[in-house]
Design a protein around this ligand. Structure first.
Ligand code: FES
Length: 110
């Protein structure tokens, strides 16, 4: 990925279901690992797919990672830095919801 599609923000849901699944610790781990890289980690309050959390959306590239665990952080950070998609985390997201969430994130950014 390159140019305007390059990932500059990791949006992590920290609403109830995702938080119960450990998303605050994912925020900490990503923030630590991405410090100084120019990629921000931002918290969000629900992407509408609580049953498959913790959920993370990489913006503006648009990848949605579901059921993310601490053990996935290394591979996600590698993807953010231009590595391959973490295919095992990309399943089960409704395409229409995915599109909606990405457009809402877009609308919320200046
Ligand atoms: S609580 Fe995270 S998607 Fe709803």
């Amino acid at each position: 990925m390159a140019g305007s599609n390059e990932i500059h923000t990791c949006h992590v849901c920290i609403n109830i279901s995702c938080a119960e699944g450990g998303s605050p610790a994912l925020v900490d781990a990503l923030s630590e690992r991405l410090a100084g890289s120019g990629v921000q980690v931002k918290t969000q309050v629900c992407f509408g797919a609580c049953w498959m959390g913790p959920n993370i959306v990489l913006y503006p590239e648009g990848t949605w990672y579901a059921n993310v665990q601490q053990s996935d952080i290394d591979d996600i950070v590698a993807h953010v830095h231009g590595g391959p998609h973490v295919e095992r985390l990309t399943h089960g997201v409704d395409p229409q919801l995915h599109e909606l969430v990405v457009s809402l994130l877009e609308a919320g950014l200046d």
